[in-house]
Design a protein around this ligand. Structure first.
Ligand SMILES: *Cc1c(COP(=O)(O)O)cnc(C)c1O
Length: 394
């Protein structure tokens, strides 16, 4: 009944599975028939503190009873606190603009880079280099920033100028020209296939750009907020980018995006804005999520969880060498490279039938992004289901 309603009234942009979830407890979801599913997706990296998190639910409730929104014309206390907390946890001297999504955060990053390029050089510099297989969002500009041809459909053209794509980090050096202002990268390509870049290569690129006075933008929409095991993948790679974007896990499911930059004076009133961005509800939720995850990390539990998870996933790869060629990723963003795309489709369906939610990335990667608070029992149960799902197709 609701499936038909959805088909009749909601625009069809997703290849939807019509399971009807009713409840969630940490990394376990329950559908309308009472069947349970272990969630290795966390709503694509969003439900960082799990489903039905009582602390998060309580602060959202309390905040909603007082103020949800007043507008950015007035001081928003939790917004200021969240911006300070982001600087503190990242250990970076940066100021933040709040938006509502990853794409919007990247739009902000692109605007910062363009203004920087306009103001700081004799000639206009506006070009941004990104990487093949990157993913930066779905707005007209961020889809153009995304280095995947299939996303640049002629149906939506013309796209904005000033974006080009390189095959790998090494190629970037040759592509920089007199109009280049920035390089925008993910440190671990998420949608592109859970592909981490080499730390040394990234550090070299970072210092090269610094020497040239050009900007490094790191899209941490997926890798940020402890997904990599550290607060930011930037911390793991030990670099200091000019601009960092965040979204997915930052407020545990309340829509939020953030662009942080060390160029704190780049914007003046009127340069950029957002009606909803940084409102009381989303920033209060963000503060609580960071509080929960900060102590989770400091207590050692996060590291324990991702090591436990890594070990279990590696055992799956070893058990099925004819299906999976490689175990990729880090922290709690991981994948198994399938030997072909057909096996991947079958594996995802079979996992679903067994009560396990997993994702696809790139052409042939089975991707897992569990809530960071997933319990050992849930990990054990999830991998038990993965094993029987794979047994059924192999
Ligand atoms: C998900 C994602 C985005 C887009 O975020 P939205 O909130 O869907 O706009 C951008 N960059 C990366 C790396 C992502 O993973």
């Amino acid at each position: 009944m609701y499936e038909q309603m959805d088909k009749d009234f909601v625009l069809s942009t997703y290849a939807r599975n019509y399971v009807n979830f009713k409840q969630g407890i940490n990394a376990t979801l329950y559908d309308d028939k009472g069947k349970d599913y272990i969630d290795f997706t966390s709503g694509i990296g969003v439900s960082s503190v799990g489903h039905g998190n009582a602390r998060l639910a309580n602060v959202i409730c309390e905040q909603a009873k007082n103020l949800i929104h007043t507008s950015n014309l007035y001081l928003i206390e939790p917004q200021a606190k969240l911006a300070k907390k982001l600087a503190f946890l990242s250990d970076l001297d940066m100021a933040t603009f709040f938006a509502n999504s990853g794409a919007e955060a990247n739009e902000g990053a692109i605007k910062i880079a363009r203004k920087y390029g306009e103001r700081n050089f004799d000639n206009k510099k506006y070009k941004i280099i990104t990487l093949e297989n990157s993913f930066h969002g779905r707005t007209i500009t961020t889809v153009k920033a995304t280095g995947q041809k299939s996303f640049h459909k002629p149906d939506f053209s013309p796209y904005p100028d000033g974006f080009s794509y390189d095959k790998n980090i090494k190629k970037i050096y040759e592509s920089i020209d007199d109009e280049t202002i920035a390089v925008m990268i993910e440190l671990v390509q998420g949608e592109g296939g859970v592909q981490p870049f080499d730390k040394k290569e990234i550090q070299e690129l970072s210092s090269f750009l610094k020497k040239k006075g050009l900007l490094l933008i790191v899209d941490e929409v997926q890798t940020g907020i402890y997904r990599s095991g550290e607060f930011l993948a930037t911390n793991l790679y030990e670099i200091e980018p000019d601009i960092i974007t965040l979204a997915k896990g930052l407020a545990g499911g309340v829509p939020i995006g953030a662009v942080m930059t060390k160029h704190k004076d780049i914007f003046e009133p009127g340069d950029h804005g957002s009606t909803f961005g940084g409102n009381f509800l989303s920033t209060r939720a963000g503060l609580e999520v960071l509080d929960i995850l900060e102590s989770y990390k400091n207590s050692g539990l996060l590291d324990e969880t991702y090591l436990y998870f890594e070990d279990k996933l590696e055992k799956i790869r070893l058990a099925y060498p004819t299906l999976f060629s490689e175990h990729v990723g880090l922290g709690l963003m991981r994948g198994l490279r399938c030997v072909d795309a057909k096996i991947l489709t079958k594996a995802i369906e079979s996992c679903f039938d067994e009560g396990l939610l997993v994702l696809k990335a790139g052409k042939n990667t089975l991707r897992v992004l569990p809530p960071l608070t997933i319990s050992k029992d849930e990990i054990n149960e999830g991998f038990k289901r993965m094993k029987s799902a794979i047994d059924k197709i192999s």
